[in-house]
Design a protein around this ligand. Structure first.
Ligand code: C2E
Ligand code: MG
Ligand code: MG
Ligand code: MG
Length: 284
């Protein structure tokens, strides 16, 4: 197919570009059928309280095992799903599944975090779909935390804000994910009451390597969150040194391979079946 389509000269000059475009086209084709082929699952990664190290939530992370391509990383297919708007139906599926699994399989004091892309949040029926996912699963809205990145404010900021305010009015909380890596202003922090600011792994790992800049940035984010009445979650904590650094900087919650990798539901259930003080998986 590719032979007749593009000019051969392009391939000659930019072979990798052509290969990428072709790969992308094939991935997109498979992604279009992934939902009906039932190729998605959710894995869950624990979020722990920084002081007690007890699990307070699990973040739902989408996994795609494609019949055509095998396991594909979210770093690859999520942006593609966003570009093609396939993230709208896929994200609806994620929301329904995560609410259902949390309501069925874990105790009431543990929350579930669900990532929502701008394309999905800005859809006119986002809130209606959320209400349906909550009522059909029976999940208490207080147990759902929606994760968005600063990028939502680069699009239609007032529509995004309204949608998030509706989520909050339902009783859900909203976390600001990958904080510090976006390009938007801090203005929206005055207007929206996020429950948590998730400090990107970039700063966490920098701080552990004694980068004075990363340490200063985390300190500032923690102080700011504190005075805004928000908590902080450190992302990507992989070892004991990072735990210590993060705790000394005052982050409220921790997420990362040190406390558990994203895992299938069976492993979540096994983890929860153990006593709270052992609710900590070895970093495999
Ligand atoms: P995110 O929401 O910031 O999720 C955290 C990512 O960091 C996950 O990657 C997780 O596996 C990884 N991670 C967690 N702890 C550590 C650690 O200690 N070290 C390292 N190196 N990495 C760690 P994952 O699962 O590959 O997901 C990548 C991104 O894809 C997510 O970043 C999120 O932006 C997006 N994503 C995943 N699932 C969904 C979804 O259901 N909907 C949407 N819209 N986006 C999703
Ligand atoms: Mg997230
Ligand atoms: Mg994140
Ligand atoms: Mg991230």
């Amino acid at each position: 197919r590719s032979k007749g389509e593009g000019g051969g000269s392009h391939r000659e000059y930019e072979p990798s570009l052509h290969a990428n475009a072709e790969e992308r086209r094939q991935l997109e084709h498979s992604l279009r059928h992934a939902l009906e082929r039932d190729e998605f699952t959710l894995h869950y990664q624990p979020v722990v309280d920084a002081r007690s190290e007890e699990v307070v939530s699990f973040e739902a992370l989408l996994r795609w095992n494609s019949a055509d391509h095998g396991f594909v990383s979210p770093a690859k297919f999520v942006p593609l799903a966003e570009d093609t708007r396939l993230i709208v139906p896929i994200g609806t599926w994620v929301m329904e599944r995560a609410c259902h699994e949390a309501a069925q399989h874990w105790p009431e004091h543990i929350k579930v975090n669900v990532n929502v892309s701008p394309e999905q949040l800005l859809e006119s029926d986002f809130v209606a779909n959320l209400v349906r996912a909550l009522s059909e699963s029976g999940l208490d809205p207080k147990r759902l935390e929606i994760e968005v990145t600063e990028s939502i404010f680069l699009r239609d900021a007032s529509v995004a804000r309204e949608a998030l305010e509706s989520c909050m009015a339902l009783g859900c909380s909203v976390a600001l994910d990958d904080f510090g890596t976006g390009y938007s202003s801090l203005g929206y922090l005055r207007k929206l009451k996020f429950s948590t600011i998730k400090v990107d792994r970039l700063f966490v790992q920098g701080a552990a390597q004694q980068s004075p800049e990363s340490i200063a940035i985390i300190r500032a984010v923690v102080a700011m969150a504190d005075s805004l009445g928000m908590t902080t979650t450190a992302e990507g904590v992989e070892n004991e040194e990072e735990v210590e650094m993060i705790c000394s900087l005052g982050c409220t919650k921790i997420q990362g391979y040190h406390f558990g990798r994203p895992m299938p539901l069976e492993d979540v259930r096994a983890m929860l079946a153990r006593a709270p003080q052992d609710q900590r998986l070895k970093s495999a």
